[in-house]
Design a protein around this ligand. Structure first.
Ligand SMILES: Cc1ncc(COP(=O)(O)O)c(C=O)c1O
Length: 362
């Protein structure tokens, strides 16, 4: 039997008619940038998340960069970033000339908690980026109280946590500004690139909106040296269709994760844990195993596709060689032991049972 790591086949089959109709509608209207679909999606997504504002942007990396610029983070400033995240989180900081300062996550939840943050704070520190990695919220109470004590901004990287909650509030509402990616494989994905910034602060919203559009609020008046990073009408119209299904898609992911959590019982495998007060949305089902590479090969031989998030920690990436980022023990450990299991909307019971059975036999 073959089990792929992820596929959008069933999800997209179910909405194909709506997508094609919507495409025809937008196509016929002939308005492709900054129109009704984007502003409607922004309103609907803000309502769904629970913030006052949402600004559609080009992708998740841009969302983070624009967020940093909106908060006036400047070259030479330092921003705390978890050591185990997708490189985009660190790139957003270094791309604007600021310095990413890596802090190891909690090995239980794979996310930042209070540990290590205060030690990393210097006079140059301006913000903390809390990544809700794999679909589970970081410890936002601890992070927010440290930020408050040291007068730092909190940016949430929600690229993997659409619909995830902490103390019953959605990720994206827990800091000063939340940043989303709608890359196709995300829990809410477009059919191309897309991203969004959410916030309750009108001033931040206006600045982010301007920066994403050449620094301009009024046509040909440029208040900031902005960028061109806008969500387009076609992607926004598709996202509006998919947003309506997000609760259903999230529940399907949670059901699969529950099967894995209750039925994988192999002492060689460390299963993921869900921290207190958190609703995990399982963007990634990350297990750990001392003999990870052997396990991956064994699964592959049995037709089961897996992935590693992430095989090379940021501090060890060639791109950051000259930056001499601080060495990170937990990220190194995760990079050697982590394995992500297949989990997607439309995964059949047979496929789930097969993955569990094969893992239990390892
Ligand atoms: C944690 C994290 N942050 C940021 C991003 C960047 O998003 P995008 O690929 O839309 O630029 C990603 C996605 O790849 C991500 O996983």
């Amino acid at each position: 039997m073959k089990v792929v790591f992820s596929t959008m086949q069933k999800m997209h089959e179910e909405i194909k008619k709506d997508i094609v109709n919507k495409f025809n509608d937008v196509y016929d209207k002939g308005w492709y940038i900054l129109g009704n679909e984007v502003s409607r999606f922004e309103k609907e997504y803000a309502k769904f998340i629970g913030t006052k504002h949402c600004v559609g942007v080009g992708n998740g990396l841009d969302a983070l960069q624009i967020a940093l610029l909106s908060l006036d983070i400047k070259p030479g400033d330092e921003v705390i970033v978890p050591s185990n995240t997708y490189i985009a989180t660190a790139l957003a900081v270094s791309n604007i000339g600021a310095k990413p300062v890596l802090v190891d996550p909690n090995i239980e939840t794979y996310n930042l908690s209070a540990n290590g943050i205060e030690e990393a704070i210097t006079k140059k520190t301006k913000a903390i980026i809390a990544v809700h990695l794999y679909g589970q919220s970081a410890d936002m109470n601890e992070i927010n109280s440290i930020a408050k004590k040291h007068n730092l901004y909190v940016i949430e990287d929600c690229a993997q946590s659409h619909n995830s909650k902490y103390k019953n509030k959605k990720t994206g509402t827990l800091g000063d500004i939340g940043c989303f990616s709608f890359y196709p494989g995300k829990n809410l994905g477009a059919l191309g690139d897309g991203g969004a910034i959410v916030t309750n602060d009108k001033k931040i919203e206006q600045k982010a909106r301007a920066i994403s559009n050449y620094g301009s609020i009024e046509k040909y008046h440029h208040d900031y040296k902005g960028v061109n990073s806008r969500l387009d009408e076609i992607q926004a119209s598709f996202l509006r269709i998919k947003l309506k299904k997000l609760n259903k898609h999230t529940k399907a992911r949670q059901d699969i994760a529950n099967e894995y959590l209750t039925r994988i019982n192999n002492e060689k495998i460390i299963l993921p844990t869900v921290g207190k007060d958190r609703t995990h949305v399982w963007h990634i089902f990350a297990i750990r195993c001392k003999s990870r590479d052997k396990l991956q090969k064994y699964l592959e031989k049995n037709g089961i596709q897996t992935m590693i998030h992430y095989p090379i920690p940021i501090a060890k990436q060639k791109a950051y060689k000259k930056d001499k980022l601080n060495n990170t023990v937990v990220a190194n450990k995760i990079s050697k032991e982590e394995l992500s299991l297949p989990l997607y909307y439309g995964m059949s019971k047979k496929e789930i049972d097969y993955v569990i059975d094969i893992i239990n036999k390892y």
